[in-house]
Write a protein that binds this ligand. Structure first.
Ligand code: CP3
Length: 355
């Protein structure tokens, strides 16, 4: 068994005791780091960077060289899966991701099939294996995917959307069609995450960025039910170690109990939920991950440390907390402010354990 020297992240996800609260940041490798921008320039484009295992490894390691982070996350994107389904992913500067061939017609939806992760997504598996080699046994590597619903938002809208009117019109008019897309996506995501685990990912996270845009009733039927299916199909043990699974619905605070009961090991929280109250609601069912407002990183370092301590105190003593932001780090974040956050989380959580 190849146990990382610093396995606080894995232990916290399994609610086992740790010497400090582990921390990593969503989008920790990204445009706020000048070294990332430099590597991306060398690669040519964001997708060229994702498709090159050596360069993807280089950027995965960049935040770990700067900060005392407790986990690495695969450098890739959730939209590699629909790209591999043939939708034609591209990025427009300032406008985010887009698809050349969004799903609109019934025949296009009926023809949709899950990619073979070992073929169309081979480059991701190669990156996972390469990153694991480069990490040695320092910290664990997180693999990830989008949720079936969040992927469907981009696949059907064709890009980012303010109101999700195309996918929601389909949800209300033709729920059978949307269910078909979600079913294909759930199969694709399960195979994709399992392939990442077999290639060396030591924990996995499902990003349900847009589940919180659904109505109360629609969330269970069109997002949560499909994440449950994925969790049911995941490899839970690999190489003699448990592979924990984290589910994150942005805007999902009102559904915490239900998310906690789909069989995942941890639930990600955005910054609108009180983590102490969330802990009481989920009890000892799952660990919690979160939940600093990413925009708090624009405040002065002393204020960032205060916010971090307030979250640690709200969670309270005992294990089961992985510190993170409530969503991805902003590209405009001053990199030195992240140092203040990571150090505050480690120092304060060590002190908490001495009381
Ligand atoms: O966390 C990490 O460091 C791992 C890498 C990662 C990226 N995207 C890299 C990336 C992860 C986990 C993601 C997930 C992702 N991608 C999500 C779910 C999480 C979330 O943030 O809500 C979503 C919705 C996407 C789709 C996507 N990809 C968006 C909205 C964007 C930003 C577009 C923009 O121009 O702002 C991307 C591109 C992207 N993915 C970047 C990075 C570092 C920036 C691209 C660049 O370098 O130009």
């Amino acid at each position: 068994m190849n146990k990382p020297k610093n396995d606080t992240f894995l232990r916290a996800l399994l609610r086992q005791p740790t010497e400090h609260t582990p921390i990593w940041l969503m989008r920790q490798a990204g445009r706020y780091l000048p070294e990332y921008c430099e590597t991306r320039r060398r690669a040519g484009s964001f997708m060229d960077l994702c498709r090159n295992p050596q360069l993807a490894t280089e950027v995965t390691l960049q935040p770990l060289a700067r900060y005392d982070l407790d986990a690495a996350i695969l450098f890739s994107d959730i939209l590699t899966v629909p790209d591999a389904m043939g939708l034609g992913l591209y990025f427009v500067e300032g406008e985010g991701p887009k698809f050349e061939r969004p799903l609109r017609e019934e025949w296009e939806i009926r023809n949709l099939t899950a990619p073979d992760p070992g073929v169309e997504l081979r480059y991701v598996m190669d990156a996972v294996a390469e990153i694991r080699r480069a990490l040695g046994n320092s910290v664990p590597l997180i693999g990830f995917s989008g949720s079936p619903f969040t992927l469907a938002c981009y696949m059907i809208e064709g890009g980012a959307s303010e109101d999700f009117r195309t996918i929601k019109a389909m949800l209300y008019d033709r729920p059978d069609l949307l269910h078909h897309v979600l079913e294909v996506n759930a199969g694709a995501v399960t195979a994709y995450l399992n392939a990442q685990i077999e290639s060396g990912a030591q924990a996995v996270m499902i990003f349900d960025t847009w589940g919180g845009a659904l109505s109360n009733r629609a969330y269970r039927e069109f997002s949560l039910a499909y994440m449950e299916r994925i969790v049911d199909g995941l490899i839970r043990e690999h190489g003699g170690a448990r592979v924990p699974c984290i589910v994150f619905t942005k805007g999902g605070g009102q559904w915490l109990e239900e998310i906690a009961s789909i069989g995942c090991d941890a639930v990600g929280l955005d910054w609108t939920t009180d983590i102490g109250a969330a802990r009481k609601r989920v009890g000892d069912k799952v660990a919690l991950q979160g939940n600093l407002d990413p925009v708090a990183l624009f405040a002065q370092p002393e204020k960032i440390a205060l916010e971090a301590r307030a979250i640690l105190d709200a969670y309270g003593p005992g294990s089961g907390h992985v510190f993170n932001l409530g969503h991805g780090i902003s590209q405009f974040t001053p990199p030195e402010h992240v140092t203040a956050l990571v150090n505050a989380v480690h120092e304060h959580s060590r002190k908490q354990r001495q009381i």
